[in-house]
Write a protein that binds this ligand. Structure first.
Ligand SMILES: Cc1cc2nc3c(=O)[nH]c(=O)nc-3n(C[C@H](O)[C@H](O)[C@H](O)COP(=O)(O)OP(=O)(O)OC[C@H]3O[C@@H](n4cnc5c(N)ncnc54)[C@H](O)[C@@H]3O)c2cc1C
Length: 464
């Protein structure tokens, strides 16, 4: 008889938990997984997927306007927020069902309820105890808000995805990708949108030109940006809310959304009882193999001290299953992980920003392009696409690719492959593009930006 009930027990059925459990079961491991909310986790239920569906919904506002210039007569079209939310919810319900089915079809035992560790080999869920040779903590994270007067009036991204009606006026506090994405959604759909943040620019950590381009596009769209601004308190007004800023200003809104950070779900799940080590900010501290200090207890995804992205959680969890159950030692390579911000238009980026590349001390060359995309030469939309390459001068290797413009996230996955293969600028130059596209600009950039360089003036119709 087996020593434990399971070879692997996973706490949390989000991106990481589901992927790792299924992969482990595919190698014959006996796997159990518990979930105390909806199956699929943040990404599927209240993150990437519903958010992107709302981004698609918001895009139609632009498309319908632009269509006029292309000959379409679309009088009388109106937008109905409840219909968009209902369609989004139907798709999320469908996906949740698929996640459950994929797990059970793989032979994983699904257990509903909150999992807590009782000791290093025992998990309790809904009053029942299960033992496991290995335990995977994949509990993800949750939004956090600062402790200021009136904070009880605000919503997070969770509630923003399910508002009963489209607010006429919304204030979004934060400069994270989540704040920026929701600002794009609400403003495109017609809400008077204010984005309030402490720093100078949105999207800390991204390339400086990306940050500037996103802000510029937002301003063009009438979105009101409030850099260097902090909220002191929020009060209920006759209609909506009044926000008082620390510098003495006031803002009015029907809805106030905070996207100022997320914290790991590590509290109250018995981690201390099992001896699991945490970082000072409460994440499960793991090594490159997702191991914490207790042998046989692992953590992946947002709950750990890694990068908070769905493909990262999935890769870490699958790599762990390969290592434990397929004799195939695999770990995540953190270099060149592409990422996107689904603003309107979106950001795609991979590799080093110009600042990060300069911090290494070695000489770099920077190439820029900034142009009005062909589509908008006819639509008349005042929107620029920005592209940038950061190249190591000595080796000619491309260190970073950055883009703000339509299809940037789609383009960036291919460029991530190139960077992972160690592509040089010369190899980019030798590649034949597809015409007419925006993407071809990445392989035709010739002029180095003088050091330190301003962005050159845009040219009309780079695709033309
Ligand atoms: C608004 C928003 C938009 C995002 N957009 C993107 C995007 O476009 N691209 C991208 O790559 N990433 C995006 N992310 C991040 C992405 O969602 C996360 O990185 C990813 O979901 C992390 O997966 P995970 O498995 O670590 O945790 P999660 O997906 O959060 O799953 C954790 C699961 O564990 C469950 N759980 C927690 N505690 C317990 C317990 N004690 N017992 C049982 N179950 C428990 C939770 O209910 C949850 O279902 C977004 C996040 C948000 C909030």
């Amino acid at each position: 008889m087996a020593l434990y009930d399971f070879d692997l027990f996973t706490i949390g059925a989000g991106s990481g938990g589901v992927a790792g459990s299924r992969r482990a079961a595919s190698y014959g491991a006996r796997v159990g997984i518990c979930e105390d909310s909806r199956w699929g986790g943040t990404c599927v239920i209240r993150g990437c997927v519903p958010k992107k569906l709302l981004v698609y919904g918001a895009h139609f506002a632009d498309d319908l306007k632009d269509a006029e210039a292309y000959g379409w007569r679309l009088k009388g079209k109106t937008f109905d927020w409840p219909s968009l939310i209902a369609a989004k919810n139907a798709e999320i319900d469908r996906l949740e069902g698929i996640y459950r089915k994929l797990l059970s079809d793989s032979g994983v035992k699904l257990i509903t309820g909150r999992g807590t560790l009782v000791d290093p080999h025992t998990i309790e869920v809904a009053g029942k105890r299960y033992t496991a040779a290995n335990i995977l903590i994949a509990t993800g994270g949750h939004p956090v808000t600062p402790d200021i007067p009136g904070i009880e009036h605000v919503i997070s991204s969770n509630e923003a995805l399910d508002l009963k009606e489209l607010p006429k006026r919304i204030v979004i506090v934060g400069a994270s990708y989540i704040a920026v994405e929701f600002a794009g959604i609400f403003s495109s759909l017609g809400a008077k949108t204010h984005l309030v943040y402490r720093g100078e620019e949105v999207l800390r950590g991204f390339d400086g030109d990306v940050r500037a381009a996103v802000a510029e596009n937002f301003r063009h769209r009438g979105l009101k940006l409030h850099p260097r601004t902090e909220i002191a308190r929020i009060e209920k007004a006759e209609k909506g809310f009044t926000l008082a800023t620390k510098s003495g200003g006031n803002l009015e809104a029907d809805v106030v959304m905070y996207a100022t950070g997320r914290a790991p779900n590590t509290e109250g799940i018995g981690l201390e009882a099992a001896g699991v080590n945490l970082t000072p900010d409460g994440r499960v501290e793991v090594d490159e193999w997702s191991r914490c200090l207790v042998p046989h207890i692992y953590a992946v995804g947002d709950v750990s001290n890694g990068i908070n992205l769905t493909p990262v959680a999935i890769y870490e969890a699958r790599a762990l299953a390969e290592t434990l159950f397929n004799n195939n030692r695999l770990k995540l390579d953190r270099a060149n992980i592409p990422t996107a911000v689904f603003a309107i238009p979106p950001v795609g980026t991979v590799g080093l920003s110009e600042d990060k590349a300069r911090e290494r001390g070695a000489a770099i060359d920077v190439y820029h392009a900034r142009f009005r995309p062909l589509k908008h030469t006819v639509s008349g939309r005042q929107e620029r696409t920005m592209m940038k390459l950061v190249v190591d001068r000595a080796s000619d290797r491309v260190l970073g690719c950055h883009m703000v413009g339509d299809d940037a996230p789609e383009i960036m996955v291919g460029l991530a492959v190139a960077l992972n293969c160690g592509a040089t600028k010369r190899q980019f130059d030798r590649t034949i593009g597809i015409h007419p596209t925006s993407a071809e600009e990445f392989i035709t950039m010739r002029d180095k930006t003088p050091e330190p360089g301003p962005v050159p003036d845009f040219k009309i119709g780079a695709e033309g």
